[in-house]
Design a protein around this ligand. Structure first.
Ligand code: NAP
Length: 299
């Protein structure tokens, strides 16, 4: 882990190497003709919540491929163990620790502490979350609202609250939260999901203000439609196959791996670079409710 001042020191040294007489920082051609600047993640320790499916699962697998040690968190144990087995089968060097639990429950934090996460994690992929139901206000179920607020807000906030002090004490880290286009634009029938993601975005902005002087990088990754590899619509529409199919009809939505590869790219930025907000949508999506769909050819 780079110490807080390493990036600043490095920039200052480079500046003095190539400073013009006026002191303006100039880049030489060796700096300009380089492949894009990214840093390796091998040996880092990442905690991924919502790792049993979708974006979290794809991110966990990609981080394992990059050589990270992993803490995998979700409520379904078999799915997490399957990833651990797959990482080991592939002979990847990182250690995988499975922690089964709900991010909004006390027991999960006891288990994380026992497993050593509080002492080791320097990357948090704060991703567990869900949309449940798509009814207008007035006919929504309170239990759906509670489930979303517990996971998307209280769980996500608490995870950071618990692990941040250790990260600061160890010299820094990176917290990346899976926000949503729903945290930037509200849409009809998505009231509490949109509210929960707006709250997450607001929380992350406060976190940025509170930690930028402590070598903590924070990022909101806000995707639009993500389908392949996720159970998002299955969960939202409670298994209603017609509604699930209609969600992605006639469009090429993002896959979980498309989002994961952007999460990994964000994490690979050099120490002096912080991406505060990455908003990623499929090419055919212009906004929360603007989707270009192509009708299936009639047979
Ligand atoms: N798919 C999209 O279109 C889309 C767009 C924007 C943002 N997002 C956000 O992306 C994140 C990941 O969603 P996804 O699309 O990958 O859906 P997904 O395939 O359904 O994955 C959701 C993950 O979150 C976990 N999870 C849910 N509630 C949890 C809780 N209380 N405690 C612990 N884990 C919990 C689930 O695991 P268990 O059930 O095993 O606990 C699962 O691993 C969510 O925050 C979602 O809001 C999704």
């Amino acid at each position: 882990m780079a110490k807080p001042d390493d990036a600043v020191t490095k920039l200052t040294r480079e500046s003095s190497d190539v400073a013009s007489p006026g002191g303006v920082r100039r880049l030489n051609y060796d700096e300009l003709f380089t492949p894009s600047r990214t840093i390796p993640l091998a040996g880092r320790t990442a905690l991924v919540t919502g790792a049993s499916s979708g974006i979290g699962k794809a991110t966990a697998c990609m981080l394992a491929q990059e050589g990270c040690n992993l803490f995998l968190v979700a409520r379904r144990e078999p799915q997490l163990l399957e990833i651990k087995t797959e990482v080991e089968k592939r002979g990847l060097p990182g250690k995988v620790t499975v922690v089964v639990g709900d991010v909004s429950k006390d027991e999960t934090y006891d288990a994380l502490r026992t497993a050593g996460a509080y002492d080791q994690v320097d990357i948090i992929v704060n991703n567990a979350g869900l949309a449940r139901g798509k009814e207008p206000v007035g006919s929504a179920l309170l239990s759906d609202w509670s489930e979303m607020m517990d996971a998307n807000c209280l769980g996500a906030f608490r995870l950071v609250n618990e692990l941040l002090p250790g990260m600061i004490a160890r010299g820094g880290g990176h917290i990346i939260s899976t926000g949503s286009i729903a945290g930037l634009e509200s849409y009809e029938n998505g009231s509490v999901y949109c509210a929960s993601k707006h709250a997450l975005h607001a929380f992350m902005k406060c976190l940025r203000y509170e930690t930028y002087a402590k070598n903590i990088r924070t990022t909101v990754l806000a995707p639009g439609f993500v389908g392949a590899g996720t159970e998002f619509s299955e969960v939202r529409f409670k298994g209603d196959e017609t509604k699930i199919a209609a969600t992605y009809a006639g469009m090429e939505e993002l896959s979980a791996s498309d989002v994961a590869s952007n999460i990994v790219w964000v994490l690979q930025q050099p120490a002096n670079v912080n991406l505060d907000l990455v908003h990623i949508m499929p090419t055919c999506q212009g906004g929360a409710t603007r989707i270009h769909r192509v009708a299936a050819p009639s047979s």
